[in-house]
Design a binder for this molecule. Sequence first.
Ligand SMILES: Nc1ncnc2c1ncn2[C@@H]1O[C@H](COP(=O)(O)OP(=O)(O)O)[C@@H](O)[C@H]1O
Ligand SMILES: Cc1ncc(Cc2csc(CCOP(=O)(O)OP(=O)(O)O)c2C)c(N)n1
Ligand SMILES: [Mg+2]
Length: 568
Amino acid sequence: EAPGTEQELTDGFHLVIDALKLNGINTIYNVPGIPITDLGRMAQAAGIRVISFRHEQNAGYAAGIAGYLTKKPGVCLTVSAPGFLNGLTALAHATTNCYPMILVSGSSEREIVDLQQGDYEEMDQLAIAKPLCKAAYRVLHAQDIGIGFARAIRAAVSGRPGGVYLDLPAKLFGQVMNADAGQKSLVKVIDAAPAQIPSPASVKRALDVLKSAKRPLIILGKGAAYAQADEEIKSFVEKSGVPFLPMSMAKGLLPDTHPQCAGAARSTVLKDSDVVMLIGARLNWLLSHGKGKSWGETPKKFIQVDIEPREMDSNVEIVAPVVGDIGSVVSAFNQAIATGWTAPPADWTKAITSKRDENVAKMAPKLMNNKSPMDYHGALGVLKNVIKDHPEAILVNEGANTLDLARGVIDMYKPRKRLDVGTWGVMGIGMGQAIAAALETGHPVLAVEGDSAFGFSGMEVETICRYNLPICVVIFNNDGIYRGTDVNGANDDPATTVFVKGARYDKMMEAFGGVGVNATSPDELKRAVNEAMASGKPTLINAVIDPAAGSESGRIGNLNPQSVLQKK
Ligand SMILES: Nc1ncnc2c1ncn2[C@@H]1O[C@H](COP(=O)(O)OP(=O)(O)O)[C@@H](O)[C@H]1O
Ligand SMILES: Cc1ncc(Cc2csc(CCOP(=O)(O)OP(=O)(O)O)c2C)c(N)n1
Ligand SMILES: [Mg+2]
């Protein structure tokens, strides 16, 4: 340095912010506290949107679904130890669901943790995070912040997307270094999620198997929705003429009302199909692992399209594995079938459409049920029409009956509009996902929540009001988990699955300045939801549902272990 001139300095705080902005990350989902409160303030001052939640789990679910919606890693920022642990559930959930997310947590200094000397919120966070996420890194020196964020971003979005943990010890933020050297240490990630081109042989093999089918089926999973290859997928399904079954978060890739949609004939197509092409869908518990009675006796051939090679043969033999990113794979399929393709036999497609129309007709009168208190179908009939009238709205959905029944009743018309509990069936994703969906897309959000499910993240109604988000929460209030009628014969305590009778959740939203409505009939529900859609105001509608209307664990009661001993 020339004598007398002050070298310009930067520090850890600024390098973290510069690394995020350099890589196009403009939102942080966080809960402030030592040692990251000032980082949040400085990030906000630097033009990053910093959204503060009431619990880190909700901030984490928001970050995960933000990654799913944008294909850029959603960033969740927490304090050390308890804040980190609260975010960990969401990090594991993002990894399981293949959402790109980075959990950034402040932490204690290595020398104190490794000697277990009892630091403030001391915990070996990196070791704890590693088994629960796709990758985990720690940064000790300011000059490594650029590389640290580059590694975390690439790990989150490349290949099968997932959750990444980035550990930042408190002292890192205050470390200073030469500003010029600091800027040079930053990395703008090039081609973070490179196209994975399928081998021509795998494409040919897959199409030959599909062509040989008498009763083919395409199953679209949330990986296909995530890929944002919407036009390619739509033209492949339509050109092939093959019926398709959308998994819950893939609904809307093609409209549920599409002539080839077999959603309302799910059991028929799983049982009777002879060739099944999985596109971004895993043969896990949601598809009964590809075996057992729901797949019938017909021997099946499975084709699987997935970016993760190790997914192949996970549950049953895959006769035609196609490893690649769905965009590249489906465009290769489209090129191959452009010249000469025979549609599946009409007796197969006709059997499906008649089964589907029969099931839709059976359901229709239930959706007109105007009784009060409402049952699920009466309330869902109203919400089905709301989404039909507002196809750009995003539907968040969780619960048991509230989830399982809504999935089948509410048709989706556009991709990535249905955001629900995902692969684990996690309760508590509701408000975090609703907040991120509203912020990342600017579209109105309709959150259809079981009263128990809502309880896991309900305090975030204050967050929704604070940012004045266009979120309409409809709580299906049946006084309990699955229903509100269980009785405890053993003592004076309430049964384990019931809640306060006639609770008024709408008052919670009013407490923070939002709109609260108590709806006891489908007409009242319809009026309240339409007003919310028109106003864009934070709204919570307490939809009173008959406590006897539900069934234990919705549609998956069979997963519950049963005691064979006589009840004492
Ligand atoms: N861009 C992509 N290209 C190919 N496969 C992808 C892509 N993104 C995610 N996947 C895969 O999609 C699959 C999603 O499966 P899953 O979460 O079980 O969906 P669903 O629950 O809807 O059936 C995962 O195996 C994941 O590796
Ligand atoms: C983190 C976590 N803890 C518990 C559970 C277990 C569960 C699955 S569904 C559910 C709530 C069902 O009641 P709800 O009122 O929401 O819906 P309804 O059937 O219409 O009455 C619970 C508690 C899960 N899945 N995740
Ligand atoms: Mg309930």
